[in-house]
Design a protein around this ligand. Structure first.
Ligand code: WQD
Length: 337
């Protein structure tokens, strides 16, 4: 059974490819390498001892997609490819809408042309906007505050319409909370280009001496210590949820939506303190003003995935810190080391 993985050189996509291979699937990976590194593909092959086809293809090239679907008979598609920086999406929305939405429409069109109708889509908790209560359930109202989040929401709505148009479509939308950590080998991990937007890669770059100190964006939120609270989930737990979702697609039709989170919220200071406790490395930080667009508290109810996908996160915040640090200390400059 061959699975097409789009964006398979990225942080989540590379970890998903390892999990798919180790679960016995055949894979074909495409990635335009705009926001990722071919080294990740080499390391996935090294880690699993399994070779697989990789193409530096772009979802915006319909010709490349047709060539791919002519060559391989895919059972399903795991779709990770997409631009994902909130701040950047505000600066260059045209690129985000074109890349994320047109790319997904191209992918679904060629899937339909070749009779491939099972899709696992990488969505995001960002579609919930600023929830009025927590934990967050899949039935909560959706609202977005930035172009990146809006592309995710629009793609979700498109996929709902697509699956409603024909019962042959089987679609799962997985709403990620905050994926961190890395494969236990330390050979693949999160490798942001330039200054990290996200908290954990910034912490590990401070720990390795690449950054002087962490800026904590606000400590006046209505949380237990005033800093933002998030549902951090180990990337390996996250991708295991994708395997369960693939199995679920075998026995369902239409579209289903699942939160992939731990159900436990931790604050920015909780993460900093846990990281220091695990690594014995102090993280100098400065409290600064809130980051525009940030919300106070965001964590999942993972009950639906637990009940229907028979999946739940198993790794602790300490595991996440240990594995994030193991990746960073073994790869001081990410894949460019
Ligand atoms: C987490 C907390 C910050 C950096 C975003 C996207 C989401 C997904 C994950 C793509 C917040 C604080 C952060 C820093 C800080 N991305 N922080 N100093 O904003 O919850 O989610 O990334 O799919 O869609 O919205 O993650 O890691 O940026 O921030 O204090 O240098 O850490 O204020 O409270 P976020 P994050």
């Amino acid at each position: 059974m061959t699975i097409l993985v789009t964006g398979g050189a990225g942080f989540i996509g590379s970890h998903a490819t390892v999990e798919l291979l180790e679960s016995g699937y055949d894979v074909v990976v495409i990635d335009n390498l705009v926001n990722s590194d071919i080294e990740a593909i080499k390391r996935v092959k090294e880690l699993t001892g399994i070779d697989f086809p990789f193409y530096q293809y772009d979802l915006l090239s319909y010709k490349q997609l047709q060539k791919l679907f002519k060559t391989y008979k895919f059972e399903a598609v795991m779709h990770f490819a997409g631009l994902k920086a909130v701040g950047e999406s505000i600066e260059i929305p045209i690129n985000y809408y074109h890349n994320n939405i047109t790319g997904t429409i191209n992918l679904c069109r060629v899937m339909d042309e070749y009779g491939v109708n099972k899709l696992v889509f990488s969505s995001s908790a960002t579609v919930y906007g600023n929830p009025s209560t927590v934990p967050i359930y899949e039935t909560f109202p959706l609202s977005v505050t930035n172009p990146y989040g809006r592309t995710k929401l629009i793609i979700e709505e498109f996929l709902k319409d697509l699956s409603a148009s024909n019962p042959k479509w089987r679609v799962v939308l997985l709403r990620y909370f905050n994926p961190i950590g890395a494969h236990e080998s330390g050979r693949i991990g999160e490798d942001p280009k330039g200054i990290p937007n996200n908290l954990m890669p910034y912490i590990t770059q401070v720990a390795i001496g690449k950054r002087d100190k962490l800026k904590v964006f606000g400590n006046d939120y209505n949380t237990h210590d005033g800093t933002g609270v998030r549902d951090f989930i180990h990337v390996v737990d996250l991708v295991k949820g994708h395997i369960n979702a693939l199995n679920f697609l075998e026995k369902t039709i239409g579209i289903e939506i699942f939160n992939l989170g731990t159900g436990q919220g931790y604050s920015v200071l909780d993460l900093i303190n846990t990281f220091s406790s695990v690594t014995s490395i102090d993280i100098p930080y400065e409290i600064v003003e809130r980051r525009p667009g940030d919300i106070a508290i965001c964590y999942a109810s993972p009950d639906k995935a637990k009940k229907i996908l028979k999946w739940e996160a198993e790794k602790s915040l300490r595991d996440m810190c240990k594995d994030s640090w193991n990746w960073q200390i073994n790869n001081p400059n990410g894949y460019r080391s």
